[in-house]
Design a protein. Structure first.
Length: 264
């Protein structure tokens, strides 16, 4: 494990580009490419068991994934939806379990719910798991028109959030203004193929760039495309790791540490 803490990665020379995995193999393959921190994606966790995302229905599945990935050679940040409950003490208990599983960070979304309630969750998590990096997400651009973003983020950082996350925000002037307003608090932006590039976001002062569910959706799309190509008599395109390369990703064979040669 690198000497740098997860918090340090938010203040490095380059922004933290955080890919989001959905199982051990995807996390190990990403770690083999040199990613020092990896997040999870709540959409994939929910979709894998046929449940809706954002419905507080996957608490146990999320914890199970954290326990699977928490000992990996990377810093792990867990997408915990809204903490899977409205009670700050219950959210704090969950955060404590994540930290015990090896997670370095937690992402908590407000879903445009009451500001005070989300702030109370953040404060409770900080008290229960002081070593956990709390990334406070507001859905003002994801679910709304952006109204109230600054007010919400100010409340969340005052409650103790280490960083703040505004998915759906792509306007460069708004991003630059928000970076200036936040000062030393790292701003997390969700990468969009139609939005600013990673170098542009870096120039704007964004400190963390998440990929969210993009990699999972791309993988699913590639699988369906390959199946339909084969059905139509076409050879599927695109790269595919071999059976042996996937076997190398097993925890029993050293995981990501041994996969670098295969995926490098």
């Amino acid at each position: 494990m690198t000497q740098r803490t997860f918090a340090d990665l938010h203040r490095a020379d380059e922004p933290l580009l955080l890919p989001n995995a959905w199982d051990h193999a995807s996390a190990a393959a990403l770690a083999a490419q040199g990613f020092r921190a990896i997040g999870t994606t709540s959409l994939a966790v929910a979709a894998a068991v046929g449940l809706p995302d954002g419905a507080a229905a996957t608490r146990e599945q999320t914890l199970r994934l954290a326990r699977t990935l928490g000992s990996g050679p990377f810093h792990l940040s867990v997408d915990a939806e809204d903490g899977f409950g409205d009670d700050p003490d219950e959210v704090a208990d969950f955060a404590r379990e994540l930290h015990a599983a090896g997670a370095a960070g937690i992402n908590l979304e407000d879903g445009l719910g009451p500001v005070d309630r989300h702030a109370a969750k953040i404060a409770a998590v900080r008290a229960a798991a002081p070593g956990l990096f709390v990334n406070a997400r507001t859905d003002t651009h994801w679910l709304g028109d952006g109204e109230g973003t600054v007010r919400r983020l100010d409340a969340y950082r005052q409650a103790g959030a280490h960083g703040v996350f505004v998915p759906g925000l792509t306007d460069v002037r708004e991003i630059a203004s928000l970076v200036s307003h936040l000062g030393d608090v790292p701003l997390n932006i969700l990468y969009s193929p139609t939005g600013p590039s990673v170098p542009r976001l870096a120039d704007l002062g964004v400190r963390r760039i998440s990929l969210g569910s993009l990699l999972y959706r791309r993988a699913l799309g590639a699988a369906v495309e390959a199946a339909t190509d084969i059905r139509a008599g076409r050879a599927p395109g695109g790269p595919a790791p071999t059976y042996e390369e996937i076997q190398v990703l097993s925890r029993d064979t050293g995981g990501a540490a041994d996969a670098t040669a295969s995926f490098g």
